[in-house]
Structures are given as C-alpha cells and as structure tokens.
Design a protein around this ligand. Sequence first.
Ligand SMILES: [Fe+2]
Length: 294
Amino acid sequence: MSNVKVFRLAYADFNVINAERMVEYYTNVMGYRISEEQRGVTYLSNGLDHHNIVITPAETKAVRRYGYQLDGKLSLEEVQKQLHVQGIASTLKSDAKPGISSNLEIKDPAGNILELFTEMEQPAVGFGTSGIVPLKLGHIAFYAKNFKETINFYRDALGFNFTDKIGESFANFLTCNSDHHVLNIVASNETRLHHIAFQLKDASHQYASSDVLTKNNIPVLWGPSRHTAGHNIATYHHDPDKNVVELFIDLDVFIPELGIFEPRPWHEELPLKPQIWESLSAWGTEFEMDLASV
Ligand SMILES: [Fe+2]
C-alpha cells in the first residue's frame, strides 16, 4: 500500500482512424469545445480543463493514454519513489502534453499507459451551446489481460476502492472518488477499450441526448435502462471510430467510510453494500447489442 492517491479520471487520449469525423463528433454531437490544436492533435474540453478528450490521428484505433489527477499531497518525485518501492517503474516527463507541465508516465499490468499529474491548466473554454454537452467524463471500462493484477494495481498503488462486480470475473468496478465507478475492468486475454462514459444532468437531458444522436444518424444501441451495479440509467452508442460510448445519469454515490452506497428509492436493499450482481439491467430489459461482448 502507498499514500499515492488518484482522485479523478481527467482525460482519455485516443488514437483514432477517422480523426476529422471524431473531432466533428466531439464538437457537434457531444458539444465539447476545442481548447487547442497542435501538430494534428486536437484537445477538447468539458468546460474547465485544458482537455478531457484528446484526438490523435493514427492507423489503428486505441486509447493512447489515460490521464489521472493525483491529490497533490505528494510531489511527482515522491509519487515516483513510492511506486518504485512497489516495483512499479515510472518516467517523469516535462511538457509531454499541452496544458500539463509535468507528468509521471506509468504502465498498468494490462498494458495501458497512464499519465499521472497534479495540475492541469484550466482555460475554462466553457460548455458548448449545442449538441449533448455532458456534465463530465465519468468512467472508462476496459478489457484487461492480467486483470487480477490490474485490479490490485489500481487499488494498492493508486488508492482506488473496489465497489461492485458483475459475475465472478466479468466486470469489476473501482472508484477513486464518490462515484460508484471510475473504472470498470473486464477480464479478457486482450487489453482494449470496452466503453467510455459521460455523465448527463437528468432524465430529460438523457432523452434529449438520444434525439441529438438520432438527428446525427447515430442509433442508440442499448438502453435506456437502469444497470444493476451502479444503478445508472444508461444508453450506449458508437462514435465514428466504433468505440462504444455510454451516456448516463443516476450513478450510485459511494460512501467509503461506511462501505455503502447513498440510499436511493430504487435500491433492492437498504443499506446497499458492494456485492456481486448477476445481470446487467435492473429493469430486466434486453437489447439487440450484447453489452457483455462489445
Ligand atoms: Fe459504464
């Protein structure tokens, strides 16, 4: 265990095949604003931060980097020392990305590259005035090889809490703040994105988001339905690179001091504690797309 504490997922940096269409999707459909373009790379903001989504043109699609913000109680040098004690190699970098003057690059056991930082520029480009305009980037779900080691890595090295599971090894939910999950790690023999999720304001926002998607010829593939683990009401669609994107409301709020979720009228039991769930939908709804294997 260490004192290293991540407290939020700040950005996902995508390698994309259809860069122009992805930027068009994030600006016109998702309502993000561009904060900077540099050498063909586009930095998009969810209002305050320099970037929350990065679009990097590439030949194959992948998540290039995940950006996590540390609580700032330790300097990056101190974080590096603590990780080193646990046998985790890291590289301290200066100006590796616009908006972040220094970061610590590490690799998780699944092979994802993480950029840990304490401060990001906050130019406050504001929220878009058309399109979906999420409240924030909420969570990432990814397929992981070495998934048990990967779960332990996030919990023991970066200070995440384990919340729920679906099945013994399918979905494993971890959080670094009060959101039910910031990460969902899915057992696999390969490492790749399962989905990226954005938080919306309320039910009317979620209905409006489906209308925006439809107007842009993007079908809703799953949902709206309420999940079991997390109890978020979710819809899923594809971005132009065929990454699965979730839009959600009503995500459970975790209280680590009590080991329970804040009570809600739709909870199956009170108090609701982390547990193993069997199915995906609390409403029992089924959709054509099988979320278990996207
Ligand atoms: Fe999700």
